[in-house]
Ligand binder design. Structure first.
Ligand code: ADP
Length: 251
């Protein structure tokens, strides 16, 4: 999730899902962002496979099963839905899509603290939430609301951590420029007693990857950006393992 749109939430969800799949896990990616269902574009997908009888088959790319509200609307068409319509569609995404057995289902929520967040928390038991923010204060303020939202659900959704995106621009020769300020994500993590999962630089390869449908961890797997995303993915996976262990022990 994120407080604001355009902070790179979808980009990170896509790359994290692919990295989880690359580690050998069975991964689904559910795009619940009604305002900007960009997962299909970023994954190089434009339609669902032909349905056969039974459940809806998800699309698949880079080893990840994908379902998106974007598959249901024509390109460029806005989705003007009230809460109940959104709720029933999300319910179908969980119950009528043929996900098979999954180790992880990554859910890309719309920005903010609205209907989709409430519906998802009511429909499934969410193991952990991740919040993406830019370093700048206006983004951090909204990210703080996102963290609080996860904590206020009944039962609360454990916050696995905060990711700071577009943290700096690498100018070469060891120099960087903090275009959106610096340190906001880390400060928020400390203030909310939440793990800080990592800082992702501004990288043109991320942008081209999103537009071309070849995410950066596939197009530039050896880049610094891909390495940061890998570390973030590992931290998310180990956070979930710890939570699962504690749950088993009834802690
Ligand atoms: P959100 O899901 O938060 O609305 P997106 O993931 O759609 O945001 O990202 C918005 C745009 O910013 C996309 O075009 C994406 O490629 C670009 N982008 C995201 N993170 C970065 C980054 N670290 N460097 C360069 N471009 C980025």
């Amino acid at each position: 999730g994120s407080g604001k749109g355009g902070v790179g939430k979808t980009t990170i969800a896509v790359n994290v899902a692919i990295m989880l799949a690359q580690s050998g896990a069975r991964v689904g990616l559910l795009d619940a962002d009604i305002y900007g269902p960009n997962v299909p574009m970023m994954m190089g997908l434009n339609c669902l496979p032909e349905p056969n009888r039974g459940k809806i088959p998800p699309a698949e790319a880079y080893g990840v099963k994908v379902m998106s509200i974007g598959f249901l609307v024509k390109p460029g068409q806005p989705l003007i839905w009230r809460g109940p319509m959104l709720h029933s569609t999300l319910q179908q995404f969980f119950s009528e899509v043929d996900w098979g057995e999954l180790d992880y289902l990554v859910i890309d929520l719309p920005p903010g603290t609205g209907d989709a967040q409430i519906s998802v928390s009511q429909i499934v038991s969410v193991n952990g939430g991740v919040i993406v923010t830019l370093p700048q204060q206006v983004s951090v303020e909204d990210a703080r609301r996102g963290v609080e939202m996860f904590k206020r659900f009944q039962p609360p959704i454990p916050v696995l951590g905060i990711i700071e995106n577009m943290s700096y621009l690498d100018l070469g020769n060891g120099q960087t420029m903090d275009i959106f300020g610096s340190g906001g994500g880390k400060a928020l993590a400390e203030e909310t007693h939440t793990p800080f999962l990592g800082a992702i630089p501004i990288d043109p390869a991320i942008r081209t990857g999103s537009d071309n449908g070849v995410p950066v961890v596939v197009s530039h797997p050896e880049s610094h950006t891909a390495k940061v995303l890998k570390q973030i993915t590992e931290r998310i996976a180990s956070g979930l393992s710890v939570l699962a262990f504690l749950q088993e022990q009834h802690v």
